[in-house]
Design a binder for this molecule. Structure first.
Ligand code: HEC
Ligand code: HEC
Length: 291
């Protein structure tokens, strides 16, 4: 048996045990480890006492603090329902102007409106309401049926060429297919319509003049003398850059040749008055730049 001595390589004392020349170093567990073991044990003990911890058959130890996640969640849900009830009541009761000038209400409108729009309208108008061929953009500054809240609400309520008895009707005649106008007049009026919204550099002036005559006689009754449209009839403004069916020569020709009857369903049976009001506010908000 050798006595404890200091190991020259590591600087530790040896335990004094030696087996065939191999000595054992005396390296005790570092103090911080004891410290951690004791604090975590104390923490666990405190946690058992204060918080719900041990399952006891059908119940559990509730802890001195009485914290219960189920009641916390129930309380949060109740608050959310109450909160929703207050803001939806205000949406139902207040005027469009008052709601639109209330930033907090509009925040709720945008959140709920976006979900309602995604579920019901995006299939045709696109998720961002930018529209597509045959479906108007709802973010445009010009609106076919009017841009005041009542007009938008009415469009959503009754639809366009829908099954609703009070539906809006949108009828663009098939001037070519039904033989109302000879092809020569159609060529001319296509040129004229293009000149209304685009730089008319490539369109011969005499074609535009001829087209203007055809337009005054056949189109102005719905689209207006200057082609600015008629919101009562849903006849679009032909002088702006917003097109339902496209503003290139071919699309314009197709609109005039074959006519157009856009279809939008009625939402009166499918959405509640509150939901429709939220959607009206949402749509107005999308295009508010020009409205
Ligand atoms: C089946 C396709 C379809 C669905 C779904 C649809 N729309 Fe439309 N919507 C149309 C079409 C097509 C028009 C344009 C009709 C026309 O030619 O005048 C239109 C027009 C509109 C207009 C009038 C635009 C203007 O410039 O005056 C509004 C507002 C509108 N939709 C809102 C909605 C809302 C809100 C929803 C969801 C509740 C919805 N639409 C769902 C097809 C649809
Ligand atoms: C009875 C009313 C009426 C008359 C007359 C009429 N239009 Fe229209 N026009 C409409 C309506 C309504 C629409 C929208 C159709 C839809 O989307 O449902 C429309 C759509 C159009 C479009 C498509 C616009 C777009 O945004 O894509 C063009 C182009 C057009 N008309 C040109 C003409 C020309 C040119 C004439 C004359 C030859 C004419 N219209 C006569 C009612 C009329």
């Amino acid at each position: 048996m050798a006595v404890a001595e200091r190991d020259p390589h590591t600087g530790y004392l040896t335990t004094g045990h030696e087996w065939n020349g191999i000595t054992e170093l005396n390296t005790p567990v570092p103090r911080p480890i004891y410290f951690f073991l004791i604090t975590t044990a104390l923490f666990a003990l405190g946690y058992w006492i204060l918080m719900p911890a041990w399952p006891l058959g059908v119940t559990y130890t509730r802890g001195l603090l009485g914290i219960d996640q189920r009641t916390t969640v129930e309380k949060a849900l109740q608050e959310a329902v109450l909160d929703r009830a207050t803001w939806t009541k205000r949406i139902e009761a207040e005027s469009y102007e008052d709601i639109r000038s209330d930033a907090r209400l509009m925040k709720s409108v945008r959140e709920t409106g976006r979900a309602l729009f995604g579920d019901n309208c995006a299939a045709c108008h696109g998720m961002n309401a930018a529209g597509g061929p045959g479906f108007p953009s709802l973010t445009a500054t010009s609106a076919i049926w009017g841009n005041d809240p009542d007009a938008v609400a009415e469009t959503i309520r009754v639809g366009i060429n829908s099954t609703h008895p009070e539906t809006r009707t949108s009828q663009m005649l098939a001037f070519g297919r039904d033989g109302v106008l000879p092809p020569k007049d159609i060529d001319a009026v296509v040129a004229y319509v293009r000149s209304l919204s685009a730089a008319a550099g490539d369109i011969p002036p005499q074609a535009i003049d001829a087209g203007k005559t055809v337009f005054s006689a056949n189109c102005a009754s719905c689209h207006g003398d200057e082609g600015k449209g008629n919101k009562e009839l849903g006849a679009p403004d032909l002088t702006d850059k917003a097109w339902i069916y496209g503003g290139d020569a071919q699309s314009i020709r197709r609109s005039i040749w074959g006519g157009r009857q856009g279809h939008m369903p009625t939402w009166e049976d499918r959405l509640s008055p509150l939901e429709r009001k939220i959607l009206t506010l949402y749509v107005l908000d999308l295009g508010k730049a020009g409205r």
